[in-house]
Design a binder for this molecule. Structure first.
Ligand code: SF4
Length: 355
């Protein structure tokens, strides 16, 4: 019997493309072998998918290329933005058995986006918004009522109303994994969204996700304050990207917005995509660092520590010292003893900022 091997280089959730490739070749009678380990496996065809563009993924891709040379077909946004699945594969129903995944369905209803945010690979990879990419029946198994949507800008679609109505009608719990675009929030959309079971990624609690990547966007959050409040207490998370091209005071202004509106911030560092490195301004440090050290992130602060570590690293790179109040803030709640590795080097620590 013919065999294919599918390598998952770095996915954090079941890889949508690999599940479709699996489905296509199973239908042709192939035996599908799935591997997260990079090792030689004898087969007739070889595919791999990489989602992230980082050193670890690149070294795994290199290893696969060394093993298989031109015999392996490697795709995904971590490796090639222009490579797409052939239509005959793309239209297959995903093979969830590849990951023995039964917790929720995964898929896109729309692809692409008409906006051109400079840090985002979607316009290059997927092109303009296509509202007719797929329907729920193309990827949601019967009896499954949990759906993770991967759409990049669902609310921009002219079908967004009917899609949200359909979510309600089918009684689905959905996770808008790529977040919703606040610029499309209005009374009509709000009235539809509020009736949906919008959930966190584990489908354990009700949650609506929006993104805020610039100070300009904070104005839209303030403008929509009443809707955001009506979604409910602790029911709105704002994905805040840092490390692309904002100054410290801009990062602070965005985080302050989430605090003022009582929204949950979830910070995420910009992960460079091919040809788009981070553009951290030379004058990044443009405000009182004590205000940053005083930020109290919600719950036990683990997510917020990511941002503080970034500030700490950048500060050391710029000034050659660590600023003690920032170190104290990083180790305020978790892993408290780890601060000692810094305290053991007092010559590298400053109690005064910017000197
Ligand atoms: S709106 Fe979202 S998907 Fe569209 S380009 Fe901007 S970041 Fe990318």
């Amino acid at each position: 019997m013919k065999r294919i091997v599918l390598y998952d280089i770095d996915s954090k959730i079941p890889n949508f493309a690999l599940m479709k490739i699996s489905s296509f070749y199973k239908n042709l009678g192939y035996t599908v072998i799935f591997s997260k380990k990079i090792k030689y496996i004898k087969a007739n065809k070889y595919f791999a998918s990489s989602v992230f563009y980082n050193e670890k993924s690149m070294s795994r891709i290199k290893a696969l290329n060394e093993i298989y040379g031109s015999d392996i077909n490697i795709g995904g946004s971590g490796v090639n933005l222009s490579k797409k699945l052939p239509k005959k594969i793309d239209k297959c129903f995903p093979d969830y058995e590849l990951y023995k995944h039964r917790s929720y369905a995964i898929g896109f209803l729309t692809r692409g986006c008409n906006k051109k945010c400079s840090f985002c690979l979607v316009p290059t990879k997927e092109g303009k918004l296509n509202s007719n990419y797929a329907s729920f029946d193309n990827f949601v198994p019967k009896k499954q009522n949990k759906v993770m949507l991967l759409d990049n800008n669902l609310l921009a679609s002219k079908k967004s109303f009917s899609i949200i109505e359909s979510i309600k009608k089918r009684n689905y719990s959905v996770n808008f994994s790529q977040s919703l675009d606040i610029s499309y929030l209005n009374e009509d959309i709000f009235n539809l969204l509020i009736k949906t079971k919008s959930m966190n990624s584990r489908f354990t609690r009700r949650m609506f996700y929006f993104s805020c990547n610039s100070v300009r966007q904070t104005k839209l959050f303030y403008k929509n304050e009443s809707y955001l409040r009506e979604f409910g207490r602790d029911a709105v998370t704002v994905i805040v990207m840092f490390g692309y091209n904002t100054t410290l005071s801009e990062d602070y202004e965005i985080l302050s917005m989430t605090k003022k509106l009582k929204l949950i911030p979830f910070v995420q560092r910009y992960i460079p995509v091919p040809n788009t490195p981070a553009k951290i301004p030379k004058n990044y440090f443009d405000m009182d660092l004590d205000k940053i050290a005083a930020i109290k992130f919600r719950t036990n602060g683990q997510n917020g520590e990511k941002f503080l570590r970034y500030v700490n690293q950048l500060y050391f790179k710029t000034y050659g010292k660590y600023y003690l109040p920032i170190l104290n803030a990083i180790y305020r709640y978790n892993n408290k003893k780890a601060i000692n590795k810094y305290l053991r080097k007092p010559h590298l620590i400053s109690k005064k900022q910017y000197c």
